[in-house]
Design a protein around this ligand. Structure first.
Ligand SMILES: Cc1cc2nc3c(=O)[nH]c(=O)nc-3n(C[C@H](O)[C@H](O)[C@H](O)COP(=O)(O)OP(=O)(O)OC[C@H]3O[C@@H](n4cnc5c(N)ncnc54)[C@H](O)[C@@H]3O)c2cc1C
Length: 447
């Protein structure tokens, strides 16, 4: 049996970042990954001059934990074009500007005047104590902003981040920062305006960035640093506490370790962690999505200059959202060409993940043409399925999480990380890596 201090199970971004953070602190660590490549859902397709990231492709920087992680990896990062500040909502076959400030909301045409007036009353409502119940995102936003504005905002937030259903997502688990604004200040709007005023001019506003070479560059840099500590094609079958240590049984032998970090989605990890811990994990649901890259000559793809758009249910669209990749980042398409990343399916249409490539590509192009009200001719198409989907922090998530944490109390040294628990962005992965390394090494470097 091999011996190490920490075994990290899963070589997605969560596992890679955790291992790098531990290795940086001289902890003896190995990563075991079932697939023949690291990165998990983060995968870059490069073909015919196009570059498409199938999952995360861009992120907000500066970030207190992601910024130092990326500089440690020494990966070239580029800021998105200024046009990324423009984003739209597809509404009645037109793109309408997505309001980002109260002023823009007042001028927008996404909801009518009566709904705007109701939403404007939000600062006057005061705080409602909801600690006794787990509200859905829709319930929370409708309670604060009225049913029309609340429903619209809830669908946009749920689609943009989780490809999810706001009637099922828990407001406090899925959007904890937004939810806390009411509890802290008694009003979401007042808290947002206050925090904007407090922000010092020296602290730059977070802006979208991406690795010039795509996420494959980030994953490759992690793999280079970890070297022989990263074991691919090594699937974990069981994790067992034996005396004061852990035994991790894999398809390529077993490991003995003091700590085991499980960086695998909860419903998958439930298959090999001790039963009392697994009990609540299998219930985590996810929303399968399909990503379609649509590329071609600029003249054939009349995309507007901006980040992209989100869709609402009731418009007859199966598209969840579109990102105009080549408008934001120069090397996403060959010179004179453009490329958009179309996300289909999600909680609204999970069955789409089983449809054929031809069907999915056709729908992506047709719905782009219909929404933009333009003729579109694509000469490059790529289809990527995320069958396991995006984890959904639905009502009950926080309670299940608390039960899992309680169960972990009987298994010292067993730790759970990754996007199935406390945040689905890459910034969350960098933050949990630092917190995990702090816990394991007994230090405190948390920003
Ligand atoms: C379409 C899409 C768009 C996204 N967009 C953004 C975005 O714009 N910004 C952003 O910040 N984030 C985005 N994300 C989220 C981001 O990609 C994830 O947070 C992150 O990649 C998840 O990493 P992870 O390591 O937690 O999980 P995963 O990537 O799922 O990794 C888990 C790993 O565990 C391995 N594994 C499973 N079982 C075993 C086993 N038994 N033994 C060994 N290994 C095992 C798997 O093979 C996998 O490699 C997006 C995701 C998707 C799908």
């Amino acid at each position: 049996m091999n011996r190490t201090e920490v075994v990290v199970i899963g070589g997605g971004l969560a596992g890679l970042f955790a291992a790098i953070e531990l290795a940086q602190r001289d902890v003896d660590v190995v990563v075991v990954e079932a697939a023949d490549r690291a990165g998990g859902v983060a995968k870059t397709i490069t073909d015919s001059g196009y570059l498409l990231d199938a999952a995360v492709g861009s992120f907000l920087l500066p970030h207190p934990h992601l910024t130092p992680m990326l500089s440690r990896l020494a990966v070239e990062i580029v800021a998105a074009d200024e046009c990324a500040s423009r984003q739209w909502v597809a509404h009645k076959q037109r793109l309408r500007a997505l309001p980002r400030t109260p002023g823009q909301f007042v001028r927008s045409s996404v909801v009518g005047t009566a709904s705007k007036l109701r939403a404007a009353c939000e600062p006057l409502l005061g705080r409602e104590s909801t600690t006794h119940r787990d509200e859905s995102l829709s319930q929370f936003l409708c309670r604060r902003f009225g049913s029309r504005s609340g429903t619209t905002a809830a669908w946009l937030a749920a689609s943009g981040i989780f490809a999810g259903d706001p009637n099922l997502l828990s407001a406090s688990a899925a959007f904890p920062k937004l939810y806390d604004l009411e509890q802290q200040s008694g009003s979401v709007v007042r808290a947002m305006v206050g925090s904007k005023k407090r922000r010092s001019v020296e602290v730059p506003l977070p802006r979208l960035h991406a690795p010039t070479g795509g996420m494959v560059a980030v994953v490759g840099a992690c793999a280079d640093i970890l070297g022989e500590r990263l074991h691919l094609r090594t699937k974990v079958g069981s994790v067992e506490r034996i005396g004061r240590t852990w035994k991790v049984e894999t398809s390529d032998g077993s490991w003995e370790a003091d700590d085991v970090v499980v960086a695998v989605r909860p419903e998958q990890a439930a298959g090999f962690v001790p039963r009392p811990v697994a009990k609540t994990m299998a219930a985590t649901r996810s929303a399968p999505v399909v990503v379609v890259g649509v590329g071609g000559r600029a003249a054939d793809l009349p995309f507007p200059q901006g980040l992209g758009y989100l869709t609402m249910p009731g418009e007859g669209l199966r598209t969840v959202g579109v990102v105009f990749e080549s408008a934001m980042f120069a090397n996403r398409a060959p010179l004179g060409h453009r490329m958009a990343k179309v996300v289909l399916g999600g909680a609204r249409n999970p069955q789409m993940v089983e449809w054929s490539d031809e069907q999915l590509a056709r729908i992506a192009v047709e719905e782009l043409a219909w929404t933009l009200d333009q003729t579109i001719e694509a000469s490059w198409l790529a289809v990527v399925r995320h069958r396991s989907g995006i984890p959904q922090y639905e009502i009950g998530h926080a309670e299940r999480r608390a039960q899992t944490t309680e169960a972990l109390g009987d298994f010292p040294g067993l730790r759970l990380i990754g996007w199935g628990y406390d945040g689905i962005t890459i910034g969350d992965r960098a933050q949990e890596a630092v917190e995990l390394a702090d816990t394991i090494t007994g230090s405190n470097t948390t920003v």
